[in-house]
Ligand binder design. Sequence first.
Ligand code: NDP
Length: 305
Amino acid sequence: MLGLDRPLPDSMATLLDGRRLAAAIEQRLLAVITAGLPLAGRAPGLAVLRVGDDPASGVYVANKEKACSRVGIRNLGAHLAADTAAADVLAQIQRLNADPEVDGILLQLPLPVGLEEGPLLAAIDPDKDADGLHTLNLGRLLKGEAGPRSCTPAGVMALLAAAGVDLAGKRAVVVGRSILVGQPMALMLQAAHATVSVAHSRTRDLAALTRQAEVLVVAAGRPRMIGAEHVRPGAVVVDVGIHRQPQGGLCGDVRFEEVEPIASAISPVPGGVGPMTVAMLLVNTVLAWCHRHGVDGAALEDLLV
Ligand code: NDP
């Protein structure tokens, strides 16, 4: 258990190591898949649907495909040309919805200009929604019902749980209110009995709010915006942001070198939330496969709030 109650940490912050935890989750996935294969009669299948040639998406899709092959998930995705008509992308999604070999579908964002993501995301079968972003699944999260969970916030929750952070009664602040990260993050923290505030671009005196946080999750998409002045000594800080720096390398929304000495735990960028997002995508896919075939997925269910 991290010492959230003490005023100042005596030493360096615990590193919330997403790479290590994701590797451990992959081992659990491999074990569940191996044990379930005889009953299911086929490996789980994930279809990552990429449209166009956004270069960052290329890296993300490749990472997801590599992670699938490490745990024995079949990659059933497709890469469509940037000028594919919306009706053809929709037809592809409908084909994947109907394909009995496909357990999870992910539409990689952003889409090329001219393609509206809303109707396409809505067309994904909610039970194959590997990203957990379908309206029905966000509703399930809101109501505390089982279902695929949004991967990035679910990954943050798994990181916190693995570090032994007990959220009950804690003051948590989420910076960012996107549907992708901030909103589901706040719901998950609340489900774990934290008292949650959500900050956004119109929040007045952000630092005064974030300094109240015992657990601070930053998903503002603003490179290095959170510094020591935003952080309560001893806080647990999770940095969701990820940015390519002009001088090369990646950075987050948090100025790590400033915040790490005062935090009790902090996630690095890279190697924090990023690998956890991919791991939770696999968890959603494998759990869908378990449900479809009556395979025991109990060994994974603690990973989803
Ligand atoms: P969005 O741009 O959709 O949302 C950003 C949110 O932050 C908005 O709610 C915005 O407020 C708020 N915000 C912006 N500036 C400020 C500010 N100065 N003070 C307070 N709040 C602010 O981003 P996403 O949620 O999609 O992503 C956030 C970051 O996380 C990005 O860097 C993204 O790359 C990264 N990311 C990383 C993932 C990973 O796996 N590691 C996965 C997904 C995202 P408002 O609503 O008022 O505009």
